[in-house]
Ligand binder design. Sequence first.
Ligand code: PXL
Length: 282
Amino acid sequence: MKRVALINDLSGFGKCSLTAAIPVISVMGIQACPLPTAVLTAQTGFSEFYCDDYTDKMDYFTEQWKKMGVSFDGIYSGYLAGTSQIAKVMHFLEQFQEEGTLYLADPVMGDHGKFYSMANDEFLAGMRELSQMADVITPNLTELCFLAGADYEAVTACRHEADYTDRIKSLCERIMAKAKKPQTVVVTGILIEKEGVEYVGNLAVSAGQCFYVETRYTGIGYSGTGDLFTSVVCGSLINGLSVREAVEKATFFLQEAIEEAAALEIPRNHGVQFEKYLFKLL
Ligand code: PXL
């Protein structure tokens, strides 16, 4: 059985990070091996939460798994609770990233042009280093701008221009040029309005290939949708699908779960109704 190491947090509420990744990776027939970065009562978008930071425990996983002699077909890193966790992930990569291991880095750092509370310029510098090691990265538009050193407000001010996705593509290429290996950048959550209708799109860029997939936007950005998206892309690539197939599968899987959450008026911090649609990934 294929096996993926999931370096991410465990949040009691929010349907994000490990509570999104484990079911998705499992239903796709792949063994999910969690390496928790933190355990939280709820994701950090809630007004109150308690966070147990796992920085000091991460190396135990690396060392014990190394002693066990296990290996991974994929490594997927997501939410890191602070800058010192970057070195822990680097150490994990030194031990487990081999020829043929897919490393997918989701550079979780912020949204709507702003850093999340755990991120700052030092954290960003570390995320740039981690991203350079990855085969695939899945930043949202905010994270793409941070990684590329671009101004989010200036970039999104052009969202009505015909060449908006070309501008985003050139930011991807700027990042890809610094990567240690051929890299695919999948930018998630690109909002575009056309004739009064809002769409949310994902742009995938790799050497010699670029495509854009979009769906109608419900008007609410839900917790965990980026993590669900990245998990489906990760599982699909490990199972041998192309980047295009992986991105399409992730986009359409999420669309139904998001639409149902919106129809039921689920509060955005609680995440989407993905559980009912997991069978579509079988
Ligand atoms: O979905 C990204 C994410 C993951 N984990 C935690 C978060 C967030 C986004 O806010 O707070 C704990």
